[in-house]
Design a protein around this ligand. Structure first.
Ligand SMILES: *Cc1c(COP(=O)(O)O)cnc(C)c1O
Length: 387
C-alpha cells in the first residue's frame, strides 16, 4: 500500500462484515442447525421453478431485460397491488423491478437523499438500512422499538422530525421484532408525513406473512399514494431468496428518482426469473393462505419450544423470525451467547444487538428464524432444551 489511508471509505468503516457471514460460516464449521440467516430450507413452488426453466429455454430474459423490468412482471406487480391491497399503479410509469428488495432500498436512499439529510428509521434496523443511508451521505435518526411489544412511540417519532428530515424508512411487518404496524399507527405516520411533507420508504417484504395482525400498506392512507415508495420482493413471499427479484411501486416522480440510481447499480438483473415471478404473483389465493398457515404453525412450534427451553419469547405478529430474551437463562450478552451456541447445543441464532445503535437496548435479545422444515425445528427445540 502506498498511502496511510485505509482502503475502506469512512462511510462504510463502521459496518465491518455482516453478522450473517460470520454466523453462517460458524454453522458450516460446526455442523449446527442454522436458524440465524432468514432463508427457507425448502424451495418455492415447483410450477414457478418450471416457469423459470421455460423462460430460460425459450430465450426470454437471457439478454439484458428492459431497464424498468420486463413488462410481464411490471403488469403482474400492478395486478398484485390491486388484488391484495386495492391500490392502482401504472405498470409503465409506477413500477420498477430491482435486484431484490436490497437494491430497491439502496437505490431509494441514493436516489432520494442528499448529504446532510436525515432519515428516521425504526431501530432495530434491517442490516442494510444504516449502510445505505451512510452511502448516500445522509444521517440516520433511530426510533427505538422496545420490548415487550416493540410498538413505535409515535410522540417520539413526531419529536424526531426536524427541518432536515427528508424521509421516513419504515418496515412492517418488522424484521427482527415481528411487530406489525396497526391501522391507527399507520394513520398517525401518514398524517405526520403529510403535515411535514416527508417521503416514506416502506419495506413490506413480509406483506403476506402476518398472523394475528393484518398488513395494510401505508400507500393506501390519505395523502400517501404519491409520497410513498413501497418495496417488496419475491424472496420471502415465494421462498426464492436466491433469485433476487424485487420491486418498487410509487408515483412516476418517485419511481424515476429510484430508477436514476438503480440504472447505475445493476442496470438490470435476473432476466428469466422475472418471467417466473410474474407467474408466481398470479398464484391463487390458496397459495398465499397455505404459505401463511404453514409459517404460523412453525412460529408456534419454535416459540413454544423456546419457551420450554427457558427463553423469554416475543411471539411475532408477522415475518418468519422470533425474538427472544436470554436473561431468564442467566445470560446477558446475546453476542457472546450466539458465538457459543453452536458448540453448546448445535444451533445458530443471531444477536439482535447488531441491529441497534443503542447497544443496551439489544444486548440480551437473540433472533431465531422459523422458515425451516418442521423436523429441523423439532430437532432445534430438542437441542435448545439442553441449555
Ligand atoms: C430479506 C429482507 C430484505 C431483502 O430482500 P431481498 O429481496 O432478498 O433483497 C429486505 N428487507 C427486509 C426487512 C428483509 O427481511
Amino acid at each position: 500500500m502506498t498511502s496511510s489511508r485505509p482502503p475502506l471509505n469512512r462511510a462504510l468503516a463502521e459496518f465491518g462484515t455482516t453478522i450473517f457471514a460470520e454466523m453462517s460460516a460458524l454453522a458450516v464449521r460446526t455442523g449446527a442447525i442454522n436458524l440465524g440467516q432468514g432463508f427457507p430450507d425448502t424451495d418455492g413452488p415447483e410450477e414457478v421453478r418450471e416457469a423459470a426453466v421455460r423462460a430460460l429455454r425459450d430465450g426470454r430474459g437471457n439478454q439484458y431485460p428492459p431497464g424498468p423490468g420486463v413488462p410481464e412482471l411490471r403488469q403482474a406487480v400492478a395486478e398484485h397491488q390491486s388484488r391484495f391491497h386495492g391500490l392502482g399503479f401504472d405498470p409503465d410509469t409506477e413500477v420498477l423491478v430491482t435486484a431484490g428488495a436490497t437494491e430497491a432500498i439502496a437505490a431509494a436512499m441514493l436516489g432520494l437523499l442528499e448529504p446532510g439529510d436525515e432519515v428516521i428509521a425504526f431501530e432495530p434496523f434491517y442490516d442494510s438500512y444504516a449502510a445505505c443511508i451512510a452511502m448516500a451521505g445522509a444521517r440516520r435518526v433511530p426510533l427505538t422499538l422496545r420490548a415487550p411489544s416493540f410498538r413505535p412511540d409515535l410522540d417520539a417519532l413526531r419529536a424526531a422530525v426536524t427541518p432536515r428530515t427528508r424521509l421516513l424508512l419504515l418496515n412492517s411487518p418488522h424484521n427482527p421484532t415481528g411487530m406489525v404496524l396497526t391501522r391507527e399507527e399507520l394513520a398517525a405516520v401518514a398524517e405526520l408525513a403529510v403535515e411535514r411533507d416527508l417521503i416514506v420508504v416502506t419495506d413490506e417484504v413480509y406483506e403476506h406473512l402476518t398472523y394475528e395482525a393484518e398488513h395494510v400498506p401505508l400507500a393506501s392512507f390519505p395523502g400517501m399514494r404519491d409520497r410513498t415508495v413501497t418495496i417488496s420482493s419475491a424472496g420471502k413471499t415465494f421462498s426464492f431468496t436466491g433469485w433476487k427479484v424485487g420491486w418498487v411501486t410509487a408515483s412516476p416522480a418517485l419511481v424515476s428518482a429510484v430508477r436514476a440510481a438503480k440504472q447505475y447499480l445493476t442496470y438490470v438483473s435476473a432476466g428469466p426469473f422475472q418471467y417466473a415471478v410474474a407467474e408466481a404473483l398470479r398464484l391463487p389465493d390458496t397459495y398465499y393462505r397455505d404459505f401463511r398457515e404453514d409459517l404460523r404453525r412453525k412460529r408456534d412450534l419454535l416459540s413454544d419450544g423456546l419457551e420450554q427451553a427457558g427463553f423469554r419469547v416475543f411471539r411475532p405478529q408477522g415475518t418468519y423470525f422470533v425474538t427472544t430474551d436470554i436473561r431468564p437463562l442467566d445470560e446477558k450478552d446475546g453476542l457472546a451467547f450466539c458465538r457459543a451456541l453452536p458448540e453448546r447445543c448445535g444451533v445458530v441464532a443471531v444477536p439482535n444487538v447488531i441491529f441497534y445503535d443503542d447497544a443496551e437496548e439489544g444486548r440480551s435479545l437473540v433472533r431465531f428464524a422459523f422458515c425451516k422444515r418442521e423436523d429441523v425445528l423439532r430437532e432445534s427445540v430438542e437441542r435448545l432444551r439442553r441449555l
